[in-house]
Design a protein around this ligand. Structure first.
Ligand SMILES: *Cc1c(COP(=O)(O)O)cnc(C)c1O
Length: 227
């Protein structure tokens, strides 16, 4: 399958799942996860109208960005954040989905240049409760939201999750439902973003209210490096 065919298929899946649960397909943003994939793949997707790309590794992303300065791309950082990378991330991305500590949030706010709009961020929540995965707990969410909202150069937009992979549809839905309920309890209308759903659980994510789905494999094919 070509990238062209894959994009068409993913778009029609998103549309179909939205119709199934009576959601507006335009309320779900397709974020193309291009980590480990060449610039030519990004250009191919761009030519089919994809404008949002997600990268996990700062250096790799910056190299690609330098080759793509003529393209009107919105860059999202979705990988683990090392403290020594916050300066580059704060300068070169519009969104960061993987904020999971106050320390990282503060650094991103301090290092976000004044000439750019505030950095859109999501808090990564560990909904499966595995201690090996990054992300804050649901219990930490209310207080961290409150503190982060005082940081001047960030715009807190919502939450992001990467649950443990499950084959069963109902099992896939459960962590997302818990997360949506936890956010509803905060009563903060400015939190309008639910970044969840990958190639393996797209339908469950959409049914539970995802507003950004992060899709790599289903668009660009299997990654060679095991990431
Ligand atoms: C790699 C990655 C994705 C995309 O995963 P696929 O299963 O290839 O769709 C989404 N989100 C994050 C955070 C990732 O690291």
């Amino acid at each position: 399958m070509t990238i062209n065919q894959r994009i068409k298929r993913v778009r029609s899946q998103i549309e179909g799942y939205c119709l199934d649960c009576k959601r507006d397909p335009n309320a779900v943003l397709l974020l193309a996860v291009s980590k480990t994939k060449p610039v030519s793949d990004i250009v191919a997707a761009y030519e089919l109208g994809v404008r949002d790309f997600g990268e996990n590794y700062c250096q790799e992303a910056l190299a690609k960005q330098q080759e793509l300065t003529d393209y009107d791309i919105t860059w999202h950082f979705i990988g683990p954040i090392q403290a020594n990378k916050t300066k580059h991330i704060g300068q070169h991305f519009s969104w960061v989905h993987s904020v999971d500590s106050l320390k990282i949030a503060k650094r991103l706010s301090d290092q976000r240049p004044d000439y750019l709009a505030p950095l859109n961020i999501c808090l990564q929540v560990n909904v499966s409760g595995e201690d090996t995965k990054s992300g804050i707990t649901l219990a930490e969410l209310p207080e961290l939201c409150q503190t982060i909202e005082t940081l001047p150069r960030l715009k807190l937009r919502g939450v992001m999750a990467i649950p443990a992979p499950q084959d069963d549809f109902e099992q896939q839905r459960m962590p997302y439902r818990l997360l949506v309920q936890a956010v509803a309890k905060l009563k903060r209308p400015e939190l309008d973003t639910f970044s969840f759903g990958m190639s393996g659980d797209l339908k469950a994510a959409i049914v539970e209210g995802a507003t950004i789905v992060r899709i790599g494999t289903a668009l660009f094919g299997v990654r060679k490096n095991a990431v």
